[in-house]
Ligand binder design. Structure first.
Ligand code: EPZ
Length: 421
């Protein structure tokens, strides 16, 4: 991945048409890469890994700990030696909250971990309390000292852990910790996302008898060690949704290829409810619209509910609906910051607590707008594609964290995009 531009200029108004291939899932690849830490003198080989800034950051983190990572195209080979460092570098952890996914594997495999409290997107507080409470229940000593987590343990013990909330990251960290624990762990109120199932599939390939993934109770019987494996990363349902909405918001027709509609039911149902035409044919999904959408109500929820990672993109599409829409962001306590940028293009949105009321307008006007996080940036690009005239979208480093080949893909659909620097 060469250096990507920080700014792009989009001339709006073109109806997008065509087909794009879906990338591997960022949110599946990151925990699976962290799971390689569970190996001692072993290799985890992966296919279908997307080439993204966050993936590169995880490669750097694993290398810093002592693994050797070879990443070519979408294939990755992670060789893990017998000895690993257990201190994670603050500059990498601050770049990406998903760095916290090395915590469980490090404590389980090395008996220790030092993790500076992560940074990441501006989505609200985003603590790690569920992760830490679960590890403590498995016998780890957890201390918070000068902005870092100090975790230490002998061999972790299997436990029954009930999550206060079906946290994706906490479920993943605890699954990986449980894989090497002594005895059986039950994770109750577990996250059910497809990315959890992908992690479980690969843990099974490495020799961990995980059961119940994709349901609210996951059972893992610990084993003394895991072995090398080769696994495949599932397609990215959030990227796929973003391109389908690009087709709808520009009143064209976009097909995404290489994705299971089963991962996207809540998204497709809401697009249809809003009046878009959805066509599913094998591993291809087409979304089209030849007029304004209808106003609808959306509430973001843990899987299989409507995903919070598609909330900004759906909101973008609804700014041009022929009615009023209500979007309730229930997963994060501050994931509506993009609304201020939407208003610069003429969107009519009011916010009360975590509920946005969107009054549809007949047209938007191009403007200069800035991304505040990954999905907000993607949503601003969607707005710019539909707005009249020219828009400039800045701070694109957020977008390159999660969208591989975005400019090429949008241009292949007919988008008029140029970029600077
Ligand atoms: C994962 O983040 C995803 N990231 C996020 O995608 C996604 O938005 C989120 O799950 C929800 O689906 C990756 O998979 C790398 P959570 P994660 O733990 O694990 C609170 C993107 O755009 N919480 O399910 O951090 C938390 O603050 C990113 O690709 C606690 O209170 O999400 C939030 O309000 C953005 N304590 C809620 O739970 C904890 O210990 C859900 O968070 C952990 C979480």
């Amino acid at each position: 991945m060469d250096t990507m531009p920080e700014k792009m200029i989009i001339r709006g108004g073109t109806k997008l048409h065509g087909t794009v291939d879906v990338q591997g899932s960022k949110n599946a690849a990151l925990p699976v890469m962290a799971a390689s830490i569970l190996l001692k003198d072993g290799t985890l080989s992966l296919e279908g890994v997307p080439d993204l800034h966050d993936i590169r950051t995880m490669c750097d983190l694993l290398s810093d700990l002592g693994a050797s990572v070879v990443f070519n195209g979408h294939s990755m080979k992670i060789d893990v030696p017998d000895k690993l460092k257990t201190d994670t570098p603050v500059e990498l952890v601050r770049k990406m909250r998903a760095s916290s996914l090395v915590l469980g594997p490090l404590v389980a495999r090395c008996g220790r971990a030092h993790l500076p409290l992560p940074g990441g997107c501006v989505l609200g507080s985003r603590p790690l309390d569920f992760h830490l409470k679960g590890l403590a229940k498995m016998g780890a000593d957890i201390e918070l000292r000068s902005g870092a987590v100090e975790a230490a343990a002998g061999r972790l013990k299997g436990a029954t852990i009930t999550l206060d909330y079906p946290s994706v990251g906490a479920t993943e960290n605890l699954m990986m910790a449980a894989a090497l624990a002594e005895g059986t762990t039950f994770i109750e109120n577990a996250a059910k996302e497809p990315e959890i199932v992908n992690l479980a599939e690969i843990l099974r390939l490495m020799g961990s008898p995980v059961r119940g993934d994709g349901t609210e109770t996951i059972r893992i019987s610990g084993v003394p060690s895991l072995h090398s494996a080769t696994g495949e990363i599932i397609p990215d349902r959030i990227e796929a949704a973003t391109y389908l909405i690009a087709g709808v918001i520009t009143r064209g027709a976009v097909t995404v290829k290489g994705i299971s509609a089963g991962f996207m039911e809540a998204i497709l149902n809401k697009l249809e409810e809003a009046g878009a035409a959805i066509d599913i044919f094998g591993d291809e999904i087409t979304a089209k619209s030849d007029g304004p959408l209808k106003g609808i109500t959306v509430k973001t929820l843990p899987y299989p509910g409507f995903p919070t990672d598609v909330q900004p993109q759906m909101m973008a599409a609804l700014t041009l609906a022929s009615g009023t829409s209500v979007i309730h962001e229930s997963v994060f306590d501050s994931r509506l910051l993009h609304i201020n940028e939407f208003k610069k293009m003429g969107a009519k949105i009011e916010v009360q607590d975590n509920v946005a009321i969107i009054t549809g307008v007949p047209a938007l006007a191009g403007a200069e707008v800035c991304s505040s996080n990954l999905r907000a940036g993607a949503a601003l690009i969607l707005l710019a594609l539909a707005a009249d005239g020219e828009s400039t979208v800045c701070d694109l480093h957020h977008v390159w964290r999660g969208y591989e080949g975005l400019i090429e893909k949008l241009r292949s659909l007919g988008a008029e995009i140029s970029y600077q620097g």
